[in-house]
Design a protein around this ligand. Sequence first.
Ligand code: PDD
Length: 286
Amino acid sequence: MRTVYLNGEYLPETEARVSIFDRAFLMADGVYEVTSVLGGKLIDFEGHLKRLERSLNELDMQKPAAFDDLLEIHRELVRVNEIGDGLVYLQVTRGSDGDRDFVFPDPATTAPTLVLFTQSKPGLANSPQAEKGLKIISIDDVRWGRRDIKTVQLLYPSMGKMMAKKAGCDDAWMIEDGHVTEGTSNNAYIVRGNRIITRELSNDILHGITRAAVLRFAREAQMEVEERPFSIEEAKGADEAFVTSASAFVMPVVEIDGEGLGDGTPGPVAKRLREIYLEESLKKAI
Ligand code: PDD
């Protein structure tokens, strides 16, 4: 049985209890982070913590613990749960003031809820999916306007994955005003020649931590990076496509709405970026 962390305590997963009045349960009033673990070490940890801080600030939520304490909790959970490869999930909610009200509770009297748990994923970096590539569909983006905040409001992304599954595919890219915003749980890219194209940062997409690292490595490897919106038609005509996230790293896309890209197998740029990302981030893992 997993050991999880809840508000200062390490507990067996079946003994961790949160109030039914918790704001995340009633209002999706919470933010989260997912950090991958490879060889028992945390990948891009600092980036995830910085984004957590930003999400909390944007929602006027209290910081639940100091950076050093959060690092220590991540490490302790990885240790006690013997995670070689996997994920650490962290969630902060606005807590519970013992009732339901649209108005935020007073932070002086209502403490945030802090939850962390691990997910074991042996061989996470050697996923067979990376050899096959993803088949994706396109769907409308009907999410709210602050997608830069990593909230636990994940119903539409979940529905998007179900739509993809129903269509015999792996994931969905979301479209707004004729342009791709992002994947249900990842950032979206296309490749034309030596140029990597991905939507620029704004409130329309999550500012992916993997995205930041991959774009930096791409530029260092003399690849051209263009940050601008692209349509699904442009994507279907691209040489390659891929997605990035903490759980998938760099994952090639081989089919969009039933149309194969290139020769229908993962492209060289996505493959190379995956190698570089894994190699470089492992060097800095903590
Ligand atoms: N999702 N866009 C969305 C909508 C996401 O949910 C995610 C991550 C990303 C990629 O961000 P990062 O590279 O920082 O993981 C982009 C996580 C993995 C999840 O919800 O499980």
